[in-house]
Ligand binder design. Structure first.
Ligand code: A2P
Length: 275
């Protein structure tokens, strides 16, 4: 079962290779329903962030699902303004409160906020040492952000969560992270709103060849390369089918997907973001 397939992080904590992402689920009740349903069909990994403004519904969904908290891998993220204001610890406590839990499995610096990410990392290290967080990591870090962080860090990040899909395969960054023992998570794996990746001709052809959905092909492309993946959906049939990944892609087909790379970003560039 894909839901029990995990990867061991650099501190020994196991993270499920597939999780449910809940970015852009703003309407009331939508996240709650998606989380409850995902947990019901077997998902055990949820990825939210304080800026998504749905931590409360994620927490409520966990509670209503009846699945034990310790069976769920829960990620949230420290928002940029909280780093700028030096309120990392307060923001963490607020996230916990909204999530209705007393720990998170993974806490990430959401973006590499210039002049602030190193001091914020120190706060994460301290919370980690206090066992309030099972693993700490970063998101949207390029290699040079990572190098700057590693110079000052006592604890190597367990994860770097980055935009990744066949048009932005991030091969070099993944190789760098892997070499440092840092696991990579792919966000916007389907290309975010409208899922543009799913209409790429090669993806559609492979879906036909394997008798799978285009989304299943793209998700499997990540997992078979050791990349953790967190597709978002609010539709039950998609949440379900995105978890039906009991097939293997052939090496040559993985290469065909790799060849689609255009270094094309759909989301903001960490080099130059204005939020
Ligand atoms: P929806 O929430 O309406 O299902 P990403 O994970 O790359 O951010 O992509 C999420 C986008 O892809 C959302 O717009 C989501 O829409 C859509 N999506 C998720 N799963 C599927 C699927 N299996 N088939 C088609 N679209 C999907």
């Amino acid at each position: 079962m894909i839901f029990s397939q995990t990867k061991k992080l650099n501190n020994g904590v196991e993270i499920p290779m597939l999780g449910l992402g809940v970015f852009l689920m703003p309407e009331q009740g939508v996240t709650l329903e998606a989380v409850r349903y995902a947990l019901r069909v077997g998902y055990r990994h949820l990825d939210t962030a304080s800026i998504y403004e749905n931590e409360g519904e994620v927490g409520e969904g966990i509670k209503q699902s009846g699945v034990l908290r310790e069976e769920i891998f829960l990620t949230t993220k420290l928002w940029n303004d909280d780093m700028r204001k030096g309120r990392a610890e307060a923001a963490f406590e607020e996230s916990l409160k909204r999530l209705g839990t007393d720990y998170v499995d993974l806490y990430l610096l959401h973006w590499p906020v210039a002049g602030k990410f190193i001091e914020s990392w120190k706060v994460l290290e301290s919370l980690y040492k206090q066992k309030r967080i099972r693993a700490i990591g970063v998101s949207n870090f390029h290699k040079h952000h990572m190098e700057a962080l590693l110079k000052e860090a006592e604890i190597v990040p367990a994860v770097n969560q980055i935009e990744r899909h066949p048009l932005l395969s991030q091969k070099e960054l993944i190789e760098y992270c892997t070499h440092q023992g840092i696991a990579v998570e792919a966000y916007s794996p389907l290309g975010s709103t409208g899922a543009p990746i799913l209409s790429e001709e090669t993806v559609v052809e492979l879906a036909r060849k394997y008798d799978r959905t285009p989304a299943q092909i793209v998700l499997k492309w990540n997992i078979e390369q050791g990349v953790i993946v967190i597709p978002k959906s609010t539709h039950k049939e998609r949440i379900l089918s995105n978890g039906q990944l009991d097939f293997m892609l052939r090496g040559e087909d993985i290469k065909m997907l790799d060849a689609l790379n255009e270094n094309k970003r759909i989301m903001a560039d960490p080099e130059n973001f204005n939020f």
